[in-house]
Write a protein that binds this ligand. Structure first.
Ligand SMILES: O=C(O)CCC(=O)C1=CC=C[C@@H](O)[C@@H]1C(=O)O
Ligand SMILES: [Mg+2]
Length: 317
């Protein structure tokens, strides 16, 4: 059976600004283990490892698998990729609602795109806040709330505010109109203080990938899980279990993976949070599809880094 690693490069529809860095194309790795694929795509600005770290560790793991040894990767993206490639996936998946749209433009651009997208009325949308003057963001949110009374609004501040700034923003919002605010501040103590003082529902994303401490509070509504950044599927699954125990929503979220990775994330989302619209709208930034009509990676986007046809798969021993 085949054991292989490929690097992919995919063009983007427009450059991505992530954590202060500009990304002009998406690069990542695809691992193939006995007929199953996994994607290893550290996200610049968000992952602690870079692509060459991930490539080095992936090659070490493949060499170990070829020798029949067990592997224990340390880098989150590598753990995720190998876990997907070696997972026993359920044969039946629950139906999954469409991903809710992610809008990253200016507050004026939100207004233009929020009414409809692809000609259809929206039920829920995510806006990236803490990027433009607070007054402009608040004015556009107010306008959206007035003109789209049934639209669910998710806001994501990516930990960019201090407690004072987050309080200034959140006191201007109507708590009942905001589904939840993701990562208003970097520290949980600040997030909790803002949520408790303003009644705004909050969700945790980056705090989970940093493995920072948190505890349930009344306004904590959801855990946003980015498996590529969280690492092993066992770790993501432990968070799913914790969320269920605490009565929190689970939102499976992408990290600008290729369409192959997005397909894997959609399958996990259907298992972990059936009925919940996932945060997988990052497909719109990819100018090309990595997969062909038969759902196989297209060779023209791939560079082969490792290939062995004699692998003996002992997953079912
Ligand atoms: O969660 C979603 O709805 C989509 C993914 C998403 O919003 C993000 C992916 C990766 C980095 C960020 O730009 C952003 C986020 O912070 O959640
Ligand atoms: Mg986020």
């Amino acid at each position: 059976m085949t054991l292989a690693l490929y690097r992919y490069r995919l063009p983007l529809t427009h450059p991505l600004l992530l954590g202060g860095r500009r990304l002009d194309e998406r690069q990542g790795l695809l691992v193939h283990v006995a007929g199953q694929w996994g994607e290893i795509a550290p996200l610049p600005g968000f992952s602690r490892e870079n692509l060459s770290d991930a490539e080095g560790e992936s090659l070490t793991c493949l060499a170990a698998l070829r020798r029949g040894e067990k592997i224990a990767p340390r880098l989150p993206s590598v753990q995720f990729g190998f876990d997907c490639a070696r997972r026993r996936w359920p044969t039946r998946a629950a139906p999954l609602p469409e991903p809710y749209p992610l809008l990253r433009g200016t507050p004026e651009e939100w207004l233009a795109s929020v009414g409809t997208r692809r000609g259809r009325a929206l039920r829920k949308v995510k806006l990236k806040v803490a990027r433009h003057p607070m007054a402009d963001e608040l004015a556009s949110i107010q306008h959206i709330c007035e003109h789209h009374p049934s639209l669910e609004l998710v806001l994501d501040a990516n930990c960019r505010w201090s407690r004072t700034q987050a309080l200034a923003f959140c006191t201007q919002l109507e708590p009942g109109r905001i589904d939840y605010l993701e990562d208003p501040c970097a520290d949980f103590a600040d997030i909790a203080a803002v949520a408790e003082a303003t009644g705004i529902a909050v969700a945790l994303d980056e705090l989970l990938t940093r493995r920072a401490p948190w505890h349930p509070i009344a306004q904590l509504k959801a855990l946003v899980l980015k498996p590529t950044l969280l690492g092993s599927l066992a770790h993501s699954e432990a968070l799913v279990t914790k969320a269920r125990t605490l009565g929190l929503e689970v939102v499976a979220s992408s990290s600008f993976e290729s369409d192959l990775g997005l397909g894997l994330l959609a399958r996990l989302a259907a298992e972990w949070a059936p009925g919940q619209a996932p945060g997988l709208d990052t497909r719109h930034w990819l100018a090309s599809s990595l997969l062909d009509e038969r759902h196989q990676p297209r060779p023209d986007f791939l560079t082969r880094l490792f290939y062995d046809e004699c692998y003996r798969d002992d997953r079912h021993d």
